[in-house]
Design a protein around this ligand. Sequence first.
Ligand code: FMN
Length: 292
Amino acid sequence: MKILGLVGSYRKFGNTDVLVREALMSANEMGADVEMLRLTDLDIKPCKGCMACVFKNADCKIEDDANFFFSKLFEADGIILGSPIYIFGLVGMIKMIKDRFLQISTKPEKLTNKVGAIIAVGGAPGAEGTIMPGLASFFTFLGIPIVDQMLVYSHGPGEILLHEDAMKKANQIGRELVEALQDDEAKTKYIAGSGACPICHQNFLVLKDGVLECGLCHTKASPKIEKGKLILEFGKTELKKEEEIQEEIMEHIENLSETGVKYLKLKDEIDKRKGKYRNFTVKETKPPKTER
Ligand SMILES: Cc1cc2nc3c(=O)[nH]c(=O)nc-3n(C[C@H](O)[C@H](O)[C@H](O)COP(=O)(O)O)c2cc1C
């Protein structure tokens, strides 16, 4: 059993880093092989949006460490994703990697039987923004169930070590990942609490045609007001089966492939309309000394 800890913070032995190490330590004590990847050690370039991975099932031509990252992800049974909050959300490095996920969504067979957990650290309550749905979508996009999550606060690098409850929770997360991999029931027992989506465990809701739903997985929520408070009840409470998730991912990829076929049919007309913008001379500003 392999557990991989991903650290989004640049700060070595900073708060995210030590929490992930604590979780890995407890997983290791439970008999798991553990490994840590500090994401800031990676060279990850932006997705170019060429869609060759989806339309042609081609390998990505960008030369960077994305394939190394994916090989580590495929190898792992349990994944701990740790990020500090930066400006109301997750760190850019994790978003850069998530943006490259289309190339692995065509290989759902390499993503089965895995579990994930989230460790997030902010400075102080109140500026969490989109951190939790941002991290949860790392797993939900890949169809990996989340077995637990934590959001704690501390400022200085490593200051979280003084917060015993936070360190205990990280330790618990390491154990829970191992337990979930040993027992299918433990895989699905975690629910973040009332008002949270039972699949994504977030309370990140969107209103669509007058109906509230989870902004990540579209599970519908029924709202009711009790004693002046909004109570949300989610229709579905059981986790999706592995095959169901794989089918959904493949369906998504097929839909994306169809957009390519449709685009090719419309390309001449689109190119004609682009002419107006090609003929409009606008100075494209570039940073100094940058050759592209
Ligand atoms: C550039 C930057 C932006 C930050 N933005 C936020 C924020 O929006 N909300 C918040 O709660 N904390 C914010 N913080 C505080 C960090 O999340 C906090 O210090 C955290 O403990 C850092 O974790 P680390 O030691 O693992 O890097 C920010 C810190 C930095 C350096």
